[in-house]
Design a protein around this ligand. Structure first.
Ligand code: FES
Length: 164
């Protein structure tokens, strides 16, 4: 990655915005990345704006994801505030990560993870990535991983050795 992009990502993750589960969310979406196995969940709260349109009041996120995914989710949740569902759904991963600058090819899927979670929250049937529905008993990613059936709990985490 280029140095400017790294600086913007590190600045974003040093003070990430809108992190954490939202108690009174109107919608929630969760996706996992087929590219890296990371997960991201986004909560959305709506409000009515001065023109009577239903717009996004605020959005929050949690993720088992890389620094880029955290940085993109941070800036994306800021970007979508005040947008209608249609406006937010029209935004690509590149749009959502634009404040950070262009991502290198190997990091594009990190922005797509954020895009997928947003789509899952706003229009579950159109989510780009497979969505894991939230349950009332499992509202955090940690809870969800620990509340599945016996077969779902058979998750083995394999740490890859660092590339030499
Ligand atoms: Fe998995 Fe970035 S490497 S989201």
């Amino acid at each position: 990655m280029n140095t400017d992009l790294e600086k913007r990502i590190y600045a974003a993750i040093a003070n990430p915005q809108n992190v954490g589960e939202m108690e009174n969310a109107d919608s929630v979406g969760t996706v996992g990345s087929a590219d890296c196995g990371d997960m991201l969940r986004m909560w959305v709260k709506f409000k009515e704006d001065a023109q009577g349109r239903k717009v996004i009041d605020r959005a929050t996120f949690q993720t088992f994801g890389c620094e880029t995914a955290i940085a993109v989710a941070s800036v994306a949740t800021e970007l979508i505030a005040g947008k209608t569902v249609e406006e937010a759904l029209s935004m690509s991963g590149a749009d959502l990560s634009a404040p950070l600058g262009a991502l290198p090819p190997m990091k594009i899927h990190c922005a797509q993870l954020v895009e997928g979670a947003l789509r899952s929250a706003l229009a579950p049937q159109s989510a780009a990535a497979p969505a894991a529905p939230a349950t009332p008993q499992a509202t955090t990613l940690f809870d969800q991983l620990h509340s599945g059936t016996a077969s779902e709990k058979k998750v083995k985490v394999v740490l890859r050795p660092p590339a030499s």
